[in-house]
Design a protein around this ligand. Structure first.
Ligand SMILES: Cc1cc2nc3c(=O)[nH]c(=O)nc-3n(C[C@H](O)[C@H](O)[C@H](O)COP(=O)(O)OP(=O)(O)OC[C@H]3O[C@@H](n4cnc5c(N)ncnc54)[C@H](O)[C@@H]3O)c2cc1C
Length: 480
């Protein structure tokens, strides 16, 4: 049996942001994650946009968390050494009739506290983004909109929390929760965990966990979003994030650069029953391709290198639920965190840590380490420094992923650092090896050899993403 002050269920951006904020204090914290790594749920499959904050209704939790998260993202990205770019966003109107809706967003944005909003004329818009369609009419411009790498954000939050003393237990699925005299007993596939406080950051499954302890039931629907990702050659097509006017199911299909210089198109918004249903569909991808081209002309669709889908955790009340439950003291929900959850995660972490600080009378540590150094990228170094690094450590001269120019040195770093990569996807999300044009066709066997060597296992034991996702099923001589 394990005993903690606080157990956080879920190692997505929200759980890890809470973990990092709590690691500022003298408190015993653990994250339980059912997968083999952090960033395996919704946090790994989204648009990566840091929203400005004009969408959510004024006064709502979504609006507050969005604005605060947007403000915190820049200093956080510096502390954690992750890419964040304030590229600005545009909501494009196609006709005079669309302008009142853009003005409504403008007014709401101002009421929400978003700075620098402007309504642009067609000429101003085309000057900013020459590849927009000829039939655009005007736009809402939000200079505070940005883009972030969701993987690096999630992983950096977790690493920093871990360095500051938070335990992470992977492959540990919470299957039941029992109320104790003081706190809760969490039943998992790896045994029993006792804790005084629980933070429920279980993404699309947060309703099941909430409903185990509360009579006030909530219901989360998985709302799938399909995407197409284009090669870096397409990156200059637009500079800002281009939105259509929002509809009933969300912000519509966008076209945007990613923090690493790809171009992303999507997402759809399709309610589904299966909370593991992250498969794309022909119908969904057709919708993405058609609608993305409605605002942006000459999209280089031959540059699509992959497609994927993510699941929004849509709660029936269409609002973030971030609170201690009235009928379950010590149980704090972080539920219904659909978009803009990625943007909001620093603010959500701050808010939940604040609730616990008050409740538990937490005291700050003297030795909290607020910064974290990302993986060293030789490709970003000046030539002389590159040469010196290679002399010192030749692994930085061995290119493993030719598309993204990722070296053996970077992969070894990804494996050896705190909460290091254990699988091919773990390496991919930390280094980008396998994220390029060939989508790991070339580098996966070589990355598998490095994983096997570092973790002292056989190559056939290496998995794509933990569990039984083995990549080697036998040798081609086995049949004889
Ligand atoms: C299509 C799409 C586009 C989006 N675009 C944006 C965007 O551009 N900008 C933005 O701000 N937001 C965006 N979002 C929203 C954002 O991605 C999410 O709000 C955010 O990632 C949610 O993080 P989370 O930590 O709450 O959930 P998750 O990342 O899903 O993490 C929950 C974790 O809990 C674990 N878990 C679940 N059940 C258990 C259990 N019983 N025991 C142990 N572990 C468990 C899961 O394995 C998972 O790792 C988008 C979402 C989608 C789907």
């Amino acid at each position: 049996m394990y005993k903690y002050d606080v157990i956080i269920i879920g190692g997505g951006v929200c759980g890890c942001a809470v973990a990092r904020e709590l690691s500022r204090y003298k408190v015993n914290v653990c994250v339980l994650e059912k997968e083999e790594d952090v960033c395996c749920g919704t946090s790994k499959a989204n648009s990566g946009i840091v929203h400005a904050g004009y969408d959510a209704p004024t006064g709502s939790m979504k609006a507050k968390m969005n604005l605060r998260g947007n403000q915190l993202m820049e200093p956080l990205s510096k502390e954690l050494d992750i890419p964040f770019i304030r590229n600005g966003s545009l909501v494009v109107g196609k006709s005079k009739e669309d302008m009142p809706r853009l003005e409504e967003l403008y007014d709401r944005g101002n009421a929400n506290g978003v700075k620098g909003l402007q309504i642009l004329s067609k000429e101003e818009l085309l000057e900013k983004e020459p590849n927009l369609g000829d039939d655009v009419y005007g736009a809402l411009y939000a200079p505070t909109g940005g883009i972030v790498c969701p993987f690096e954000l999630n992983i950096a939050l977790a690493e920093n929390a871990n360095v500051n003393g938070v335990d992470f237990k992977f492959c540990t699925k919470v299957t039941g929760i029992e109320r104790q005299e003081e706190g809760y007993r969490l039943l998992t596939n790896q045994g029993v965990y006792d804790t005084k406080y629980v933070v429920n950051a279980a993404g699309v499954y947060a309703d099941s966990l909430h409903n185990m302890v509360s009579e006030q039931k909530i219901n989360i629907t998985a709302r799938r979003g399909d995407y197409c990702l284009l090669d870096k050659r397409a990156k200059a097509h637009v500079r800002s994030t281009i939105f259509t006017l929002p509809g009933k199911f969300g912000k519509g299909i966008l076209v945007a650069p990613t923090a690493h210089g790809n171009l992303i198109l999507g997402p759809t918004a399709i309610d589904i029953q299966d909370k593991e249903g992250t498969n794309t569909t022909r119908e969904g991808l057709d919708q993405v391709l058609k609608k993305a081209g409605m605002n942006v002309k000459n999209l280089p669709l031959r540059q699509v290198i992959t497609s994927f889908a993510g699941l929004r955790a849509h709660e029936d009340r269409d609002e973030f639920i971030i609170e201690e439950l009235a009928d379950a003291p010590g149980f704090i929900d972080c539920a219904g965190i659909e978009s803009p959850g990625l943007t909001s995660c620093p603010a959500i972490g701050e808010r939940i840590a604040g609730i616990l600080r008050e409740r538990m009378g937490l005291v700050e540590k003297d030795d909290f380490i607020s910064t974290r150094k990302g993986i060293l990228r030789p490709a970003n170094l000046p030539k002389e420094e590159q040469a010196a690094l290679l002399r010192e450590n030749p692994a930085y001269g061995n290119i493993i992923c030719r598309c993204e120019m990722i070296t053996e040195g970077e992969i070894i770093d990804a494996i050896r650092r705190p909460l290091g990569a254990k699988s091919l996807d773990g390496v991919k999300r930390r280094t980008r090896a396998g994220m390029g044009r060939c989508q790991s066709g070339f580098c996966s066997p070589r990355t598998m050899e490095i994983l096997a060597r570092e973790w002292k296992m056989e190559v056939r034991e290496v998995t794509k993403s933990g569990g039984d996702s083995y990549l080697v099923l036998g040798t081609n001589k086995d049949v004889f």
